[in-house]
Design a protein around this ligand. Structure first.
Ligand code: NDP
Length: 330
């Protein structure tokens, strides 16, 4: 994988360009503040009113999306993926002009062809691998959030330079920026959400239900599984010292138990089949079709799934766990 750092990216590329960000939420706010602190001027395009107030409080002039789309040389679309197509169709498509750059923080709409910019526009992605608050906090602390960059269209011949300059402006090249494609970033992201996390989620829900049925106090199970933050610490140590190496921080009994049972899980083949199916459904567009019809219908399945999650007894167990803890996780 090609990696880029501060020395590979020049802010000068953006210095004399007009930068516009549509949306002032998780990513919009963090990226706008970081770019400004990097000495660049940014215009914010507000669609509705809720976050426009925050942008103004932070000292940005909020303009209409149409105005920002017309004036910006580099235009970042930092609104939820589900609404990008509509905003693009209603406001942006008629206003984009040759030589502009359209920037995304996730490849979804380009990967699935929901947005098809004209060929004389550069299309880039700078996708931080952290949530917005961390993109901001890591910038302020001096470290920076790593990011993936990609170029889907290079009309100008210098789209990658623009992407790297934006990445530098938000602090990502301090940590490392890795070149990928819109397709790989999107598929990997969705695979993580639709294969890995469901397996982890199901394992934890099942373990909770099973142990509660076998007489373990529910709040004790919640504390043991994740409430003490030991699990979060394990993931952190995986990133810091290594997936397997972090095991040395635990007892030998723990290491033996985990390694011996992981290699003997009797349904590993089924898990792999589940993963294969998840990736196939993502790649051939079936997930996108399902998700879009869910949105068009007003989220009936999603609402039901959320209601089920809200009603799961684990919610009460962790409320009790938090009540009993002197310093519950914040
Ligand atoms: P947010 O949900 O935080 O976006 C909120 C912003 O979008 C607000 O300014 C809001 O305006 C506006 N908005 C919301 N709904 C609409 C709508 N229907 N029409 C017009 N504007 C709307 O988005 P994120 O920052 O989470 O995501 C932006 C992009 O960044 C996405 O592509 C996402 O995949 C990507 N990304 C997000 C990460 C994260 O930290 N969440 C991490 C990495 C990538 P108002 O308040 O007025 O409604």
């Amino acid at each position: 994988m090609e990696a880029y750092y501060d020395s590979d990216a020049s802010l000068e590329v953006l210095r004399h360009q007009t930068l516009g960000i549509i949306g002032y939420g998780n990513q919009g706010r963090a990226q706008a503040l970081n770019l400004r602190d990097s000495g660049l001027e940014v215009m914010i395009g507000g669609l509705r009113d809720e976050t426009a107030g925050q942008a103004e409080k932070d000292g940005f002039a909020v303009r209409s999306v149409a105005e920002v789309a017309e004036r910006a040389d580099v235009l970042a679309l930092l609104i939820p993926d589900e609404v990008q197509r509509q905003v693009y169709t209603d406001v942006l498509s008629a206003r984009l002009r040759a030589g502009q750059t359209l920037d995304f923080a996730h490849g979804y709409n380009i990967r699935f062809g929901l947005i098809a910019p004209p060929p004389d526009v550069d299309v880039i992605m700078v996708a931080p691998r952290m949530i917005g608050t961390m993109v901001r906090e890591s910038f302020v602390s001096g470290s920076g959030a790593p990011a993936f960059v990609a170029v889907a269209q290079d009309a100008s011949g210098h789209a990658l330079g623009t992407a790297l300059a934006w990445a530098r402006g938000i602090g990502a090249t301090r940590a490392g920026v890795f070149k990928t494609t819109f397709a790989q970033e999107t598929e990997l992201d969705l695979f993580q959400e639709q294969a890995l996390w469901p397996l982890l989620c199901l394992s934890m829900m099942m373990a909770y239900e099973f142990l509660a049925e076998h007489g373990f106090p529910p709040e004790m199970v919640a504390l043991e599984m994740y409430g003490s933050e030991e699990a979060a610490e394990i993931l952190r140590e995986m990133a810091r010292v290594g997936f397997f190496k972090q095991m040395r921080l635990h007892s030998q009994t723990s290491q033996y138990g985990t390694l011996s049972r992981a290699s003997a899980v009797p349904f590993a083949k089924e898990m792999r089949a589940f993963m294969e199916n998840a990736l196939a459904v993502i790649r051939d567009g079936r997930f996108d079709a399902e998700w879009r019809s869910e949105q068009a219908a007003g989220y009936p399945v999603f609402k039901q799934l959320r209601a089920q999650a809200d009603a799961h007894p684990l919610n009460q167990a962790e409320a009790e766990m938090r009540r009993l803890m002197r310093h519950p996780p914040e």
